[in-house]
Design a protein around this ligand. Structure first.
Ligand SMILES: [Zn+2]
Ligand SMILES: [Zn+2]
Length: 262
């Protein structure tokens, strides 16, 4: 009992016990709702495999060490020898948008064509296969790539900056884009609403389901940031639209079922 009194004292006295109990219950409900939120958004409900996840962890470490050293060294060299320069000083928002858009669409083009190239033999076997261990991606899949593939994709940024001098403010947007977009398309959960893929203004921006299905079906959906090149070249998976509807409808049905009856 002495322990209990000490515990009560530590947690703010007798009156606070009910507060802590309430907090405990609220947290419990919060976690349950949070889990439910993710469960209904899982693109491949039974896709996760621990063995694949473990392999991905192994390759992620190798990739980070090797490509980090090479890309870091290359960038340092290009900066110190004056090949890469950034503009400092004030910048208008439209200039920043223009510079960023240039990077965004240039990288998307680079990624699409080299990705398709890496799906041909022998490149697939020696380079890209590691990234395809997971047929149902999770965020770790982002990093689970051959260091050679990391250099091919990551090498775009220093090359782009050597060709075009952008402002340092735009640089701060460009730098995290690759990793954020990488994690986003590999979350394994679809967070966008059903109308996203129907609306002509939004459907060109990649959804997680789009890339998730690249991992599941291999031969379609090669885009990295957008679906533009896939639409132009006819490489969008024919059943993609129908599957996107099904996945996002499953969620709204579940949410309706979870709503209390009125
Ligand atoms: Zn691929
Ligand atoms: Zn992927």
């Amino acid at each position: 009992m002495e322990f209990w009194y000490k515990f009560v004292d530590l947690t703010g006295g007798n009156n606070s016990v009910s507060l802590w109990l309430a907090l405990f219950l609220v947290t419990g409900f919060g976690v349950a709702i949070w889990q439910g939120f993710f469960t209904v958004r899982k693109i491949q409900p039974r896709g996760f495999k621990w063995k694949t996840f473990r392999n991905e962890g192994f390759f992620a470490v190798i990739n980070l060490v090797v490509s980090g050293l090479v890309l870091g060294g290359l960038t340092t060299y290009l900066v110190s020898s004056g090949f890469i320069e950034t503009r400092s000083g004030p910048i208008t928002w439209w200039m920043m948008a223009l510079e960023y858009a240039l990077y965004f669409f240039a990288f998307d083009t680079w990624f699409y064509w080299l990705h398709r190239w890496m799906h041909k033999e022998p490149m697939y076997k020696y380079i890209h296969k590691i990234h395809h261990y997971s047929t149902s991606p999770n965020p770790l899949t982002t990093l689970s790539v051959s260091p050679i593939e990391s250099l091919i994709n990551g090498g775009f940024v220093p090359l782009f900056l050597a060709a075009i001098t952008v402002h340092e403010q735009t640089m701060m947007l460009i730098t995290p884009t690759n990793i954020i977009m990488g994690i986003y398309v590999h979350t394994g959960h679809e967070f966008f609403p059903r109308w996203w893929n129907r609306n002509w203004a939004t459907k060109w921006f990649i959804t997680t389901t789009f890339h998730d299905h690249h991992h599941r079906y291999f031969r379609y959906n090669f885009g990295g940031y957008t679906t533009i090149w896939d639409h132009i070249c006819g490489t969008v998976r024919p059943k993609f639209d129908a599957d996107f509807e099904r996945i996002t409808t499953r969620r709204s049905k579940n949410e309706k079922a979870a709503e209390p009856a009125t």
